[in-house]
Design a protein around this ligand. Structure first.
Ligand code: FAD
Length: 473
């Protein structure tokens, strides 16, 4: 069967769906086909502009028909793209379809980087199905090992109850992908604290995939959204609510089956993990939360894509890949433009949404022979999330990334309440970590963007007795 559309988008995650919706908003006369390997697509709901640059939203899974009903120019096809012939602007799918495009946008995301990929006791977490599988295993677990120190590992460790957790991290402090050692210290008391979690029903509708649909799939579904762990039952066999032991500065040496273990413990646990510090832990399941590999090598193309160091397909400041009329957005891509002073790429839902939106604008501009300049959302890195039930806001070069020498750090911390870290260079604010209800995000966002000279004010910047919001008004 043959189909034709002005724009074809591959991927039903946040970046692909946002891209399709943006085309619809800007020019409903442009025909769009969205091809998704999962019957459920991800949509952004409850979008809020917290400050000019910080956004908050939730992600809802919807049936693919949702887009077709709400956007008349979009057709959604549940299929897997296998091959692209860029010279002829044609692609082929697993179900034998042939489709012709003017512009193609790849939003095929990534997959978890799993240690010991084919070991049945080692799980990666990416999509709804993998979380469901994890919950199933956890129900009968007395101990699990979580490997990794990013957002997923941090949230998991906090959420799991009724099961001992060994958290193996390669750094000297927790949540290292996002926060510094000081903030990690601030979070530590929360780790083994009983949670006051309300198991309220989730107000938003959640769709599920049947076992049959899952069994027929060859490709992951879309990555989970920011509230993936909220209200999920993550409870093991034991009574104690929360027991976490952290192994710092370690890597995984080996994963061993019970049969391979020659100790007296040998039939106690189904799987064992040997860490680089020599310690061996038995476990019911091992969660590998060690990052994402962009799905950049899975498609057959007549020309090779330029691939970045992080494994993503390189895109320029118009979201174009090196192959004519093929664009990329979200976790699949590697930003290959000279970034503005206070922006960096991180594979987050906020950037997936922004890139999807901007790729749509860029493709439409090119179809209309118009020029486009890089969207202002790429001027400042912002991220809002929750760790250990604290609000966390990251701004600019929040960990001093690539700032080099002469960084000046200002800190304010009240145990259990707030942690504020500001990074200055040449008396100008470059980045901030704000934990707790600080209410300072707008002020610091403006100070970074305006590159305000703080020589005369920096001693007072974190003085709790001074209302700095008024000060800079
Ligand atoms: P994906 O969501 O991965 O979507 C890719 C889509 O492409 C899928 O629909 C897939 O089925 C489809 N696909 C792939 N190959 C093909 C093909 N050949 N043909 C057709 N379709 C194909 N970010 C945050 O900002 N905050 C968080 O708290 C947070 N928590 C997370 C928790 C978990 C467990 C995970 C896994 C990720 C989390 N992230 C978080 C990261 C965030 O979810 C991702 O950065 C973002 O969703 C990526 O969106 P995407 O559209 O680029 O890719």
């Amino acid at each position: 069967m043959e189909k034709i559309a002005d724009i074809i988008i591959v991927g039903g995650g946040i970046s692909g769906v946002t891209c399709a919706q943006t085309v619809n908003e800007l020019n409903p006369d442009v025909t769009v086909i969205l091809i998704t390997a999962s019957p459920l697509i991800k949509t952004v709901v409850n979008f809020k502009q917290v400050t000019e640059r910080i956004e908050s939203f939730q992600v809802e899974e919807k049936n693919k028909s949702y887009l077709e009903v709400s956007c008349i120019n979009i057709e959604v096809i549940d299929d897997v793209v296998t091959e692209i012939q860029s010279e002829n602007h044609i692609l082929f799918t697993e179900n034998g379809m042939k489709m012709k495009y003017k512009k193609l946008c790849l939003c095929t995301g990534g997959r978890p980087k799993v240690i010991s990929e084919y070991n049945p006791y080692v799980l990666g977490i990416r999509d709804t199905e993998s979380v469901q599988e994890f919950q199933k295993r956890l129900k009968n677990a007395k101990r699990i090992v979580v490997v990794g120190n990013g957002g997923i590992a941090t949230e998991l460790v906090y959420e799991i109850e009724g099961c001992e957790v060994i958290w193996a991290i390669k750094d000297k402090s927790i949540a290292n992908t996002f926060v510094d050692a000081g903030a990690a210290q601030f979070f530590l008391p929360s780790i083994n604290k009983d949670k006051t979690k309300t198991h309220e029903p989730l107000k938003r509708h959640k769709y599920t995939i049947t076992d049959e649909e899952t069994a027929n799939r060859t490709i992951n579904g879309g990555a989970l959204g920011p509230d993936w762990s909220l209200n999920l039952t993550m409870v093991g066999l034991k009574q104690d609510s929360h027991k976490v032991h952290i192994e710092y500065n370690v890597e995984v040496n080996k994963i061993l089956t019970a049969a391979e273990m020659l100790s007296s413990e040998c039939d106690k646990w189904p799987v064992y993990i040997e860490l680089s510090n020599g310690k061996v832990y038995g476990s019911d399941v091992i969660v590998s939360a060690t990052g994402v590999i962009p799905n950049s090598q899975q498609l057959h193309t007549d020309k090779p894509f330029d691939i970045g160091e992080d494994g993503g397909i390189k895109v320029n400041d118009k979201m174009e890949t090196n192959i004519m009329d093929i664009y990329g957005a979200g976790d699949i891509c590697s930003a290959n433009w000279k970034p503005s002073k206070h922006w960096l790429q991180m594979r987050l839902w906020s950037q997936a949404r922004q890139m999807g939106c901007y790729a749509a604008k860029s493709m439409l501009a090119d179809l209309d022979n118009e020029e486009i300049t890089l969207d202002f959302c790429f001027e400042l890195f912002t991220h809002m999330t929750k760790f250990f039930n604290y609000k966390v806001i990251l701004l600019g070069k929040f960990n001093g990334q690539n700032l080099g020498e002469n960084q000046e750090i200002l800190l304010r911390m009240t145990e259990g309440v707030e942690y504020i870290k500001l990074i200055l260079q040449d008396s100008r604010l470059q980045g901030a970590i704000l934990i707790g209800e600080t209410d300072l995000e707008e002020t610091f966002e403006n100070l970074i963007l305006n590159e305000t000279d703080l020589t005369l004010f920096k001693d007072q910047l974190l003085n709790p007795g001074i209302d700095i919001e008024d000060f800079f008004d």
